[in-house]
Write a protein that binds this ligand. Sequence first.
Ligand code: CTP
Ligand code: ZN
Length: 156
Amino acid sequence: MTDDIKKKLKLKVSAIKDGTVIDHIPAASLFKVITILGLDKIKNQITFGTNLDSNKLGQKAIIKVSDIYFENDEINKIALIAPNAKLNIIKDYEVVEKKVVEIPDRIVGIVKCFNPKCITNNEEITTCFRVVSKEPIALKCRYCEKITGAEQISMK
Ligand code: CTP
Ligand code: ZN
């Protein structure tokens, strides 16, 4: 078998001409990544595959968004749920850049505060946390100052 055929067999989701490929997403986080990036609200062409075999993750998902290049702070929002995600920037069918996601210093929205009495759980207020530790993750709420840790993280 030629290398070209091997590469095509490997490609479960068609190549794109221009845009962003987000690879190595844990399969269980695919739909959350779609919502966090607002991909459910745009008109661009999007293809994705999930439950694909991955050496590193067991089962992975991949998203390909045509004609969009994300800002770093936009893409870093997915770091909490897809810490190993790899971004590939595609221009005229070629991978011109690869990026990894990084947990930001501040997280606005997305995550729920762990404290049931926190104002953000009782009124229409967007959550805001300072990342006090990245490994393991610990988030300090701007409103009640309680720490939400790795085990307690849930998405809004
Ligand atoms: N890709 C794409 N469209 C293109 C070029 C690449 O959808 N025109 C996708 C590939 O399918 C792959 C990802 O972008 O999922 C990265 O491409 P490439 O670097 O060629 O693949 P790998 O070497 O397998 O990447 P890595 O091992 O870094 O994940
Ligand atoms: Zn709080």
